[in-house]
Design a protein around this ligand. Structure first.
Ligand code: DGL
Length: 269
């Protein structure tokens, strides 16, 4: 029989980006406690080799497992692309990634079959999104663009600075020329740039990310159900970082609507 609530769920990312997935999980899944690990000592993951990212993911999993988690979410596209299958094979608890949920969201959103994808060098180079989308529909036209400068800007909380807008404009040029109707935010950090992105692309382009589809999947698979009332929502979030990150607490408070964000710095390697 499936339990009525999840006692503890582990979630990790290289930094602040995984909070976009945490937000959806808190809204959708009855969980007592989320244990979040942001690997701020080693962010960004996007330009690291697959072997390094797999090693980081294993180390973080061992840390999260010591907190008696019942499931784990790899809330990072780069880590999902490189390490999800390894973690799923090695760990005894269910492990969720963010790429399949992002693919599902993109397929549900597109009407003209032209989809832009922005992500890290690792995620775009791995072809994980391209392969998964084309496997479902080989007629899709995809415009993948690696956007490596965005994660450091987001970690700096430069969400609406002029320099950030200029960099995004440059990155989006091939996407704007391609008449896409959907843009996949294939990095969990990028939903924090949604206001700038939607201002730039206008209403005709739907921005999709993995957060909600990932939350739905976690709830359905671990419990066979989603939250039914406000009081059922996640009660607590424990935040661990591998190095102090000056803007993390503020962003977590703003984005998750927390009154306080108590952060503990830990070593996982
Ligand atoms: N949030 C991570 C992702 O979804 C960021 C990767 C990075 O640290 O470069 O890929």
């Amino acid at each position: 029989m499936q339990p009525n609530r999840i006692k503890a769920l582990g979630v990790f990312d290289s930094g602040v980006g995984g909070l976009t997935v945490v937000k959806a999980i808190r809204d959708l899944v009855p969980v007592d406690e989320i244990i979040y690990l942001g690997d701020t000592a080693r962010v960004p993951y996007g330009n690291k080799s697959p072997a390094s990212v797999i090693r980081y993911a294993r180390e973080i999993s061992a840390f999260l497992l010591s907190h008696q988690i019942e499931g784990m979410v790899t809330a990072c596209n780069t880590a999902t692309a490189y390490a999800l299958s390894v973690l799923q094979e090695e760990l005894e608890i269910p492990v969720f990634g963010v790429i399949e949920p992002g693919v599902e969201a993109a397929l549900a959103a597109t009407k003209n079959g032209r989809i832009g994808i922005i992500g890290t060098v690792g995620t775009i180079g791995s072809q994980a999104y391209q392969n998964a989308l084309l496997k479902r529909n080989s007629h899709l036209e995809l415009v993948p663009v690696a956007t490596p400068l965005l994660v450091p800007l987001i970690e700096e909380h430069w969400l609406d600075k002029r320099a950030t807008t200029l960099i995004i404009e440059e990155y989006l040029e091939p996407i704007r020329k391609s008449d896409v109707d959907t843009l996949v935010l294939a990095c969990t950090h990028y939903p924090l740039l949604k206001p700038v992105l939607s201002k730039m692309l206008g209403d005709q382009v739907v921005l999709v990310d993995s957060a909600i589809t990932c939350g739905l999947k976690v709830g359905q698979e671990l419990l066979g159900r989603l939250v039914t009332s406000e009081t059922e929502k996640t009660q607590d979030i424990q935040v661990y970082l591998t190095d102090m990150a000056p803007h993390f607490g503020k962003m977590a408070q703003e984005f998750l609507g927390l009154k306080k964000c108590h952060i503990q710095v830990v070593s996982v390697s």
